[in-house]
Design a protein around this ligand. Structure first.
Ligand code: ADP
Length: 459
């Protein structure tokens, strides 16, 4: 089977978020299953090669779409001042060039796997402009939603820029409350739609999570699927991680505590091997539930725990958490920046990892913390709901501490349940070693994608 994977960001060439991790890992895992997979992305300034192609994982070819005016810029979608004002021109160009490029390369895929709004025009062009082009006969399209909140919405008067028939700008296709919405049209024209967890697939059909497109998504519910992302254990494994203080695995879990000590030292916390370390690493955004945490953080810090935060984002949260650092210098460490190395040290050091998200399409933090032997406390939403079950100390079933409501009280209770189990040393230890053995690798998800591609092709 031949697959073209179209994405606006791919590790290691360009990254702003989780989409880049998926795009840099899933194609390799699919190729390992015996498929012929090629990736296409824009050639940004961050792409260092002079060539118009490269490869990932040794064997997956990556085609770069080149246009210096559009893509040789400091940012991918914008800079501090906001989004680039010509994003419609930029990604419209990317979609048209993607189609032309594979024709030029004589690579006829069975499936074009599109990701997020930057690639949403591919299905529309293919099924309109290219509808009678024999090269593309039988090519099917899967469109994956990584986050419903980013839809590629532009002013209606920019519609003429994308060169499509006027009548497509209507409520059944591009038109969205008087504006132009790329994701909407992509969802209408794709042969199938997927999102990054089974629960999020259900959630986006509701008003609460659908961001205005719940009706469109619901109308396609028969073609809608949810597949949980995998984790790249090549980069996330405490046994091989070169950024942490001491490597460890489920068999040498005592060495995890060397990491606790190392982090306490580095961050100026009290050296204390017994105190539970609670960590959170996240964008400081409303989506991530920081208001829930802010409401109870004083109560948390007044208990016998240590708290480590790493994150950047909305300035009001920066101010709130910075203030606390001064008040609790020995048991709180607030690191308000992006720091990939420190992140790995925190995962390795902490006992409890918080993810109180309002919504979470998939979430990586829970999978990383499992691997590093940190027990997640999560709100039951999206991918968190699909990967973390409440732990029961009696039966030893479960793997974390969960709460359903968007409620700081429920978050506090879940943290307290975690702390109560933490006190039972043996129970905690067997929980930690159990979750470290879990397999959330891409291998599993790649098989699910392969099955989905096959299903689309046989429809
Ligand atoms: P999202 O893509 O919505 O931000 P995910 O849970 O899918 O959330 O992925 C977040 C990833 O980014 C995780 O690997 C997390 O460790 C990392 N991360 C978030 N904030 C920071 C930060 N300030 N420094 C380092 N890594 C961070």
């Amino acid at each position: 089977m031949k697959v073209l994977f179209a994405s606006s960001e791919v590790v290691p060439f360009a990254k702003t978020g989780g989409l880049a991790d998926v795009s840099g890992s899933l194609p390799i895992a699919l190729e390992d299953l015996g498929m012929d997979v090629r990736v296409v992305m824009p050639k940004y300034a961050s792409v260092r090669t002079a060539s118009s192609e490269a490869s990932i994982g040794g064997s997956v070819k990556v085609y770069f779409v080149e246009n210096d005016h559009y893509f040789k810029r400091p940012g991918l979608y914008g800079e501090k001042e906001g989004d680039y004002i010509d994003n419609l021109d930029r990604f419209g160009f990317f979609c048209r060039e993607t189609i032309e490029r594979i024709k030029k390369e004589d690579f006829k895929p069975d499936i074009i796997h599109c990701n997020d709004w930057q690639t949403a025009l591919i299905p529309v062009y293919l099924k309109t402009r290219y509808a009678h082009d024999p090269f593309f006969r039988g090519v099917k399209i899967l469109y994956t939603i990584h986050n419903m909140a980013y839809q590629g919405v532009f002013p209606a008067d920019e519609y003429s820029k994308i060169g499509l028939r006027k009548d497509l700008f209507d409520v059944d296709c591009f038109e969205f409350y008087g504006k132009l919405n790329l994701m909407k049209a992509g969802l209408v024209y794709a042969d199938a739609i997927s999102t990054v967890s089974p629960s999020y697939a259900k959630e986006i059909m509701t008003k609460e999570f659908g961001c205005g497109l719940e009706g469109v998504v619901s109308s396609r519910r028969r073609d809608l699927f949810g597949i949980l992302n995998g984790l790249d254990y090549g980069s996330w494994d405490p046994a091989t991680d070169t950024n942490i203080f001491k490597n460890y695995s489920a068999r040498t879990v005592d060495d995890k505590y060397e990491n606790k000590r190392g982090l306490q030292k580095e961050l100026g916390l009290k050296l204390d091997s017994k105190a539970p370390v609670i960590g959170i690493i996240s964008r400081l955004a409303y989506q991530k539930g920081f208001d829930l945490l802010a409401a109870i953080i004083n109560e948390v810090l007044s208990m016998d725990v240590q708290f480590v935060l790493l994150g950047t984002g909305e300035s009001k949260y920066h101010a709130q958490f910075e203030k606390l650092a001064g008040r609790y210098p020995r048991n709180a460490s607030m690191n308000l920046r992006f720091d990939a190395k420190l992140a790995q040290k925190i995962y390795a050091a902490c006992d409890i990892f918080l993810i109180p998200s309002r919504y979470e399409p998939c979430g990586l933090g829970q999978m990383i913390s499992f691997k590093y032997g940190a027990i997640p406390v999560v709100r039951l939403t999206g991918g968190l709901k699909d990967s973390v079950r409440e732990f029961d100390a009696q039966t030893a079933i479960g793997d974390g501490f969960t709460f359903p409501g968007v409620s700081s009280g429920e978050l506090m209770k879940a943290i307290k349940r975690a702390l109560a189990v933490y006190k039972k040393e043996d129970v905690w230890r067997s929980l930690v070693t159990k979750v470290m053995e879990y397999d959330f690798s891409w291998k599993r998800s790649a098989k699910d994608y392969r099955a989905l591609y096959e299903r689309i092709l046989s429809a």
